[in-house]
Design a protein around this ligand. Structure first.
Ligand code: SF4
Length: 190
């Protein structure tokens, strides 16, 4: 070993060495599993030692292969304008209530109605501001009802629901409790 002492091998070690060399040498793991007499691939996977240098080598060769099939034009240097636009991109995503998470270079498709938008990631420090917006929406709904502005009520109500659900999500996040999605279940066919 590294200290110069004799190594002690058991028969199982030879199986592990064989599996590691076979897989890192390119033999598919399901073939290795068949050679080892394993019924399940996961048994063979636990035999395979993953070394740091092997990990890096495999990842680099994966990247090289991906790059070889991409058009060379995509590897050009960005222009000054593109670089400037990229740097400004993150600053332009800062909103009153948090951050806009829409994909890079995608336009806003919701007319900047951020309170209603699922792309808005509310900054927890802006909770009070969001609560004020919700409270103001409630007052505006009452005022609209009082004055008979029925055309306003539906829009305000949708904004209020969105604001309230964002407040609930913020509070849930603060308590750090996982969301219970329930268990999937089979429903009988008609
Ligand atoms: S409405 Fe949605 S997509 Fe548009 S700026 Fe606001 S958070 Fe972003």
């Amino acid at each position: 070993d590294a200290a110069g002492d004799p190594m002690h091998f058991t028969p199982h070690d030879f199986r592990r060495i064989f599996a590691t060399e076979a897989v890192t040498g390119g033999l598919p793991v399901h073939i290795t599993a068949a050679l080892l007499g394993h019924k399940r691939i996961t048994s063979s996977e636990s035999y395979v030692a993953v070394f740091q240098d092997e990990l890096i080598r495999t990842y680099r060769s994966h990247l090289a292969e991906r790059r070889s099939i991409r058009p060379a034009a995509e590897y050009r240097e960005p222009t000054d304008d593109e670089w400037r636009e990229f740097q400004q991109h993150f600053a332009l995503r800062k909103l009153e209530l948090g951050t806009c998470a829409r994909p890079y270079s995608a336009p806003c498709q919701r007319e900047h109605a951020c309170v209603r938008c699922p792309m808005l990631r509310v900054d927890p420090r802006q909770r009070n501001r969001l609560a004020e917006i919700a409270s103001s929406l409630r007052e505006r709904i009452s005022e609209a009802r009082h004055n008979g502005w029925h055309g306003e009520i539906e829009g305000l109500r949708i904004s209020l629901q969105a604001a309230e659900s964002k407040l609930v999500a913020l509070d849930r996040q603060a308590r750090n409790t996982p969301t219970n999605l329930g268990l999937p279940h089979l429903t009988p066919r008609n």
